[in-house]
Design a binder for this molecule. Structure first.
Ligand SMILES: Cc1cc2nc3c(=O)[nH]c(=O)nc-3n(C[C@H](O)[C@H](O)[C@H](O)COP(=O)(O)OP(=O)(O)OC[C@H]3O[C@@H](n4cnc5c(N)ncnc54)[C@H](O)[C@@H]3O)c2cc1C
Length: 422
């Protein structure tokens, strides 16, 4: 367990031994305490907004397993050679130093909602008045026959960022001349609906330069996909003859994958890959289930506040939540975090609570300066988060519009990561 706060950062000593020795960690005993589990798009934003806007009136603790957050968003641009790996990595110093958030690098093992405490892998116990869960996703490895934790070494899913994405990059770059890369995108619902198809585009971008006779075969677990017409037009324009997409209606479903031979068996045919990525079905990060706030794979929430339907003192953000028509995206998680932060501050300090509004845009890069987007604004209905208005790029758009859309996405990345970590 490592605790980062303003004092330890400034002293440069890392962890105070006296704190480590304590079985129960309790910061700011006289203030209301918010504990956030998961320092990604939802959790880091929520922690930052609660601490920043309450101006010290609320004690905020962020529990995050990793010292460095590698964003899934723009991991495809890293794959395509548009960004280096370091540019998608972020640390938590800003939150500790600028907002006095107690950052604990540890694994949250369980939540006792009656005692209102979080138990950490190190054995420490952290009490809360309000708990925010934004643990992202876990894989349902068993959803694809033949796939497993071990199989991800040869058929990486790359659906959590970090080393899995590095592995895909190395496999693509080292694939034999004229080889076949097979991608198996996940069934709905999953993190980042256009993500697999942007990934295919970025792999095609690399192969076109380094291995132009190579092929990409997409064996989808769905009959259709997000921004389909835009991606298929882009693949034809930029990578003609290289990318073939086969929907589940045509191949009949994935029957089995073999991580040793790289064979992928569908109901109609068996395909052999030279490199492959298999993305299984997904569910809320395990702590949501352990905390008892999931119903099936995901955690239902009250739209106006993002509070769990199972417990008014627990809030669930981002991919782990059932946010109705909002896609599971970093933009959505960041937007939901601000709604939750506002509601939590209101409850704990009596501050004014604004009408909740949500927004999302998912940008995708198809080729150099060819960016497309889909998005919507949302309001909080009684039962569901509801669409207010929506937009999507058009096929056949002018190249100047596509370039502008790509540039917009670069601005968004820099904006959201500042909003999460500064
Ligand atoms: C290829 C790809 C491309 C994408 N592109 C985009 C994009 O362009 N735009 C966009 O908006 N979104 C994009 N996304 C989706 C986006 O990454 C996710 O929707 C977003 O990260 C969700 O935020 P979150 O807070 O729910 O989870 P995360 O950001 O994954 O954060 C969860 C954090 O919780 C931590 N954690 C989990 N459990 C525990 C525990 N028990 N104890 C301690 N820590 C824990 C994890 O270490 C992790 O850091 C993309 C995703 C992928 C896979």
């Amino acid at each position: 367990m490592k605790i980062l706060n303003r004092r330890t950062f400034l002293a440069g000593t890392g962890v105070a031994a006296s704190v480590l020795a304590m079985p129960a960690i309790s910061f700011g005993q006289n203030k209301p305490r918010v504990v956030v589990i998961g320092g990604g798009a939802g959790g880091a934003t929520a922690a930052r907004y609660i601490a920043k806007d309450s101006k010290g009136a609320i004690d905020v603790t962020l529990i995050e397993a990793s010292k460095q957050y590698y964003s899934c968003f723009f991991s495809n641009l890293y794959l395509g050679g548009f960004r280096d790996y370091a540019s998608i990595g972020h640390t938590y110093e800003g939150l500790a130093i600028n907002h006095k958030i107690n950052v604990i690098h540890d694994w949250a093992l369980s939540v006792d909602r009656t005692a209102k405490v979080v138990k950490l892998a190190s054995g420490a116990v952290v009490p809360y008045d309000k708990l925010v869960l934004s643990p992202g996703i876990d894989m349902k490895y068993e959803s694809v026959s033949g796939y497993s934790v071990d199989a991800q070494d040869t058929m990486p899913h790359g659906w959590k960022s970090g080393s899995q994405v590095q592995l895909i990059k190395s496999q693509v770059e080292n694939m034999k001349e004229g080889g076949t890369f097979i991608m198996v995108p996940p069934p709905n619902p999953y993190r980042c609906p256009p993500g697999p198809y942007e990934r295919v585009s970025m792999i095609a971008h690399i192969l076109k330069q380094k291995n132009p006779t190579a092929k990409i075969l997409v064996l989808d677990q769905k009959p259709k996909f997000s921004k389909q017409a835009l991606f298929q037009e882009g693949w034809e324009n930029h990578y003609s003859g290289m990318v073939e997409w086969i929907g589940s209606d045509f191949h009949g479903g994935i029957k089995n994958v073999n991580p040793e031979t790289l064979e992928i068996e569908t109901e109609s045919e068996t395909f052999k890959a030279d490199a492959a990525s298999v993305v299984p079905a997904q569910k809320a990060g395990s702590i949501a289930n352990t905390a008892g706030v999931t119903d099936g794979d995901w955690a239902p929430i009250v739209p106006a506040t993002m509070a769990s339907k199972a417990d008014p003192n627990v809030y669930v953000l981002g991919d782990a939540s059932v946010a109705s028509s909002m896609p599971k995206s970093g933009f959505s998680a960041n937007s939901q975090a601000k709604v939750a932060a506002n509601a939590i501050r209101g409850e704990l300090t009596g501050s004014k609570v604004f009408t909740p509004r949500f927004a999302n845009t998912c940008w995708s890069l198809i080729a150099t300066n060819d960016g497309v987007k889909v998005g919507a604004n949302y309001s909080a209905g009684k039962e569901k988060i509801e669409v207010v208005d929506k937009f999507i790029s058009k096929t056949g758009e002018d190249t100047a519009v596509r370039k502008m859309t790509y540039e917009e996405s670069e601005g968004w990345y820099s904006g959201i990561t500042t909003d999460m970590f500064s």
